[in-house]
Design a protein around this ligand. Structure first.
Ligand code: GLY
Length: 380
């Protein structure tokens, strides 16, 4: 058995694990990240919306505060990442237009806009005509909208590429192996053992394995985060030159009671998402999922029929019982969680990396992270 050492070992090289490793390395900390397939799972499948306002849910105030802090952190995070990596970080500050199709959809959108206003969030209600002035290719049947200037998007694939480059130049060691278990000494995590038998000893282990975070052997069962996979199917379409840009803002729609979002990229790609199903670790793309996404997309954006279907892919959101992430001390000394980001992984990347790096540096979880301790589940 080979014994390697690091100050910190990060389990999982999705956006969260990579960004955390990059931040720690910037503080002069020696970091090793382990993942059999870095950057290829949920982080690559996602559509990359930064949507604290349009995805706000009733009663999730702590999560909203975290989401707003992270959307505010994205511009400087992206600028630094771009500098470090020498490639784009993928941030597009376009704003988001939420639209409704029939009268029931419009009533639901108005109720949500009322709630958003009560929370002090910046939203502007629009008629159907005003919505089409912002996005001329929207269907005539679109009956109303809400303009949300602060919700943006990130080309998550560019962000993954940039982070892989940034960790490399900042001296992080990336090991393409699955972690078999966390090594403990008494009640302290002291490293990890890899599937190939190698072990890495570290003063700090960070669990950032997304939907697989609850499966880390070596962590006592009662301390494992209650993270479960929620499958999302996503399509990538190509807009022919003649129709570009089909959209200039992210569009979220409720169409006859069904939700769909369409996220345009500058190069002519249109990302359409996402289904939401609880089928365990199943990443098959089902015909019904593709059908539903295309049905709803073409209801609000008829030109969808003319776009090339380039990719249909499914990923697993790491969901928790209260839809919020699990951050900070795990209950096992030496093990921190940075997981359970559910629908907000891309959005929460900068703030998670900042919170976890500060916790490693100071030994104290910053105030903003406190509502998200794993202990909130065991306390119930
Ligand atoms: N935040 C988008 C999704 O989870 O589908």
């Amino acid at each position: 058995m080979t014994g390697l050492t690091a100050d910190v070992v990060v389990v999982g090289a999705g956006l969260i694990g990579l960004a955390t490793a990059w931040r720690l390395a910037a503080d002069g900390i020696q970091v090793t990240v382990c993942d059999p397939t870095p950057g290829t799972q949920t982080s690559t499948v996602a559509a990359g919306m930064l949507a604290p306002v349009t995805e706000v849910e009733y009663g999730e105030d702590d999560l909203l505060a975290l989401n707003l802090a992270s959307v505010a952190a994205w511009p400087s995070f992206a600028a630094e990442l771009q500098d470090a990596a020498g490639v784009p970080a993928g941030l597009h500050q376009t704003g988001t237009l939420a639209v409704a199709y029939d009268v029931d959809d419009a009533a639901a959108l108005r109720r949500l806009a009322d709630y958003q206003r009560r929370l002090g969030l910046e939203v502007e209600e629009l008629s159907g005509r005003e919505s089409r002035q912002r996005e001329p290719m929207l269907a005539q049947g679109v009956s109303g909208g809400v303009w949300v200037p602060g919700d943006h998007s990130v080309d998550n694939r560019q962000a993954v590429t940039a982070l892989l480059r940034a960790v490399e130049v900042s001296g992080v060691t990336l090991i393409r192996e699955r972690v078999a278990r966390v090594i403990t000494s008494g009640t302290t995590a002291v490293g990890v053992q890899l599937e190939n038998g190698d072990s890495i000893h570290a003063g700090q282990v960070i669990g950032a394995a997304g939907p697989w975070s609850g499966q880390l052997d070596g962590v006592p069962q009662e301390l494992r985060p209650p993270v479960r996979p929620v499958k999302g199917e996503v399509l990538r379409l190509r807009v022919p030159e003649a129709y570009r840009p089909a959209l200039t803002h992210t569009v979220r729609a409720t169409a006859r009671g069904f939700s769909v979002y369409l996220v345009p990229r500058p190069g002519g790609e249109l990302v359409v998402g996402a289904t939401s199903t609880e089928l365990g670790y199943d990443t098959r793309v089902l015909a019904g999922g593709v059908f539903a996404l295309l049905r709803d997309a073409r209801t609000v954006l008829p030109i969808t029929d003319e776009l090339e279907l380039v990719e249909a892919i499914a990923g697993l959101r790491p969901a928790t019982p209260d839809n919020a992430p699990v951050l900070g001390p795990s209950g096992l000394d030496g093990l921190l969680w940075a997981t359970g980001h559910y629908r907000n992984g891309v959005l929460l990347t900068p703030i998670t990396a900042q919170i976890i790096a500060e916790t490693v540096r100071t030994g104290v979880l910053p105030e903003l992270g406190k509502p998200f301790l794993a202990g909130r589940f065991t306390a119930r």
